[in-house]
Unconditional design. Structure first.
Lengths: 387, 387
């Protein structure tokens, strides 16, 4: 893989945007990204859009053709869907397109507008379509239920505690309180998390990422033209993807994700790094246990010790490794198909020292981990400033 | 673009498969394709799945991860959606991936199972999500209505006749009667077509492609490894994609598709061909007027004369140019996201002289044209036997 570069980014704040349409959100993100890269829209060769379920959430498929031309980008457009890993997957397809020489420059958009469905039960069902419909959603296993199984298995297998999981939520809310684009900007206490409403035992409300609206866009270019658009591009040094069975009962393990491990192996090898080289990482904390398992799968701590690692403060901003400096899905919000692109935007700002109060002090290597569903899909990318 | 090769194909017959699940359909197509290419599934580097709306049709997103591992392909999987051009777009992404050197071999699957929705009105609405939801479907403009506007405009602008449009249907049904995998295998008369039930004036039932279930799969490889799998690969010599506004009122013209023209320009230039070099073509005849317009946009006849060209028999099997030898969407059937892959499979069989009674006699260059919605997306690929 040749390296590619991110030369401009734009996004909406994440929230509940009842008064904005799907394309108003993407218009905002795209126009900001185009402005950020100072690029003539005519130079954009292709548009790739990541969205999980605009069909169910907004009764709108054919999303890439809807979004691109409406923002004045008349390039060939393709939508990519991989559940909550749709954003990361769209970026990966854009990397393929540029590496293939099909295009020199691509617009990559992630978007989800989840609040159009009036009944929150419908939102849960819509999200549930990322599970195995016949074996999971169809028999009532929504995502809180699936992650409850995973969390319970982790507690059973390793003796991890509710306090440990809660510490993930507290840390991410603390980071998110420093992020002006985050959906939730309040710090929370351990007590708040641990006494919050039970959703699917042992998963409580504050173990869950929220229902969110948001759009995020980046301009990706071939390495050798990046400096045309900005003096300070960030580069993708490695990329990996992994896929596993969706249904939990078909997986090798409940408490470790093969998809993450495979994606990491490819990405880290390509970037010639080990976990020790990573300064900060945006991980897919759709539920607190997902962050715990990721810490273990990526080798930041021993297997079974992800919760303790978190409770001990090793993942706090500017500690051993800064995990989710943006606030993560928990606090920044989780417009599902957009999340993978928001993660890239955090890379962009952190690596360029533009992250304000949440700026990490050590920022040579940043990594994103974007998961689909309960972990059947995973995309991992490695970023740095130096070409 | 480096050339890629199709080395194996597999598909279900197209029909109304009430008793098969989504993944049973893809299992059949994938296992046939793997067998056809005589490939060890472990050698498949990635899976790309084209599907328009498995979310609405089957309450199943995250489709690529569902399908791949279930068929024993544990490679990274990505779904691509571009309405009815999802299949062609998935193939294009696979070409990017192989050209980029990410993988040497990819499985590309197209699938749609449209009969799970019990109410046919729901199917029409589901398909309508490929239009501009706010400006078209939301105010009642379903696809028959949109194509009725296009057909009426063509008649008004060029004086084309109902008989001319009907001739497309008659010809495609005749071809389809020779295709054992087609959904409809009966020849029909001009009278049948022209007296069929009115759907949206002037579009009658026999101007419309049907509601279909089907799955199709191809194995795509880098050119230099193709012969490892078959003595007789077919090669993709050129590929192009185009995107335009979805909403008809935002287009330059109602009776010509910019997306087709842009895709063709890129693909034909890459393959170093002109329309005269094309021996046979699979075009996207979702409605009869769509085939007429395509004949004009691709330069097979004069603008406004596509209908006459068809009525005169110039597009019949082994005439001036064989258009839709498979029977096209009209007769072969139109499982929307799978159609682009079924078109490739027709290329495979025709170029290898395996098309039985519908075999075209001149088969050096074949082309596919896969459209999304009312024409906002288009993918065109050029195929030949010679490397």
């Amino acid at each position: 893989m040749k390296e590619t570069a991110v030369v401009g980014v734009g996004n909406t704040k994440i929230g509940e945007w009842y008064d904005s349409s799907l394309r108003e959100l993407t218009d905002e993100a795209i126009s900001k990204a185009v402005q950020s890269a100072n690029i003539d829209p005519k130079e954009i060769g292709a548009t790739f859009v990541g969205s999980m379920s605009s069909g169910i959430f907004n009764q709108q498929e054919h999303l890439a053709a809807l979004i691109g031309p409406h923002s004045g980008i008349n390039a060939p457009a393709i939508r990519v869907e991989n559940a909550c890993a749709s954003g990361g997957s769209a970026l990966r397809v854009a990397m393929m397109a540029i590496n293939a020489g099909f295009y020199e420059t691509a617009l990559v958009v992630g978007v989800e507008k989840m609040t159009d469905l009036i009944d929150i039960g419908d939102v849960t069902t819509a999200l549930g379509t990322a599970s195995d419909g016949e074996w999971e959603l169809g028999i009532g296993a929504t995502f809180p239920a699936l992650y409850a199984l995973i969390m319970r298995a982790h507690m059973h297998q390793y003796g991890s505690t509710l306090e440990e999981f809660a510490s993930v939520s507290v840390k991410n809310h603390k980071n998110g309180s420093l992020n002006p684009d985050a959906q939730f900007r309040k710090v929370v206490t351990m007590e708040t998390v641990m006494n919050s409403r039970m959703i699917a035992e042992p998963v409580r409300l504050f173990d869950c990422s929220p229902v969110s609206d948001g759009a995020a866009a980046v301009i990706l270019t071939a390495k050798d033209v990046a400096k045309k658009y900005t003096d300070d591009p960030i580069y993708i040094k490695g990329s990996g993807a992994g896929t596993d069975h969706i249904a939990l009962h078909q997986r090798e393990s409940l408490t470790s994700l093969q998809a993450t491990k495979r994606a990491a192996e490819t990405a880290f090898k390509m970037a010639k790094i080990t976990p020790k080289d990573i300064d900060f990482i945006e991980v897919h904390d759709c539920f607190t246990v997902a962050e715990v398992i990721t810490l273990e799968d990526l080798g930041f701590c021993k297997v079974g010790k992800g919760g303790k690692f978190s409770l001990d403060g090793e993942t706090a901003l500017n500690s051993t490794i800064s995990v989710n400096p943006s606030g993560g899905l928990k606090s920044k919000g989780h417009p599902v198909g957009a999340t993978g692109i928001y993660q890239v935007i955090e890379m962009f700002h952190q690596l360029r020292n533009e992250a304000g109060k949440r700026q990490v002090s050590k920022n040579d290597i940043g990594v994103t981990q974007n998961i689909g569903g309960s972990g059947a899909s995973c995309v991992i990318n490695v970023f740095s400033r130096g070409a």
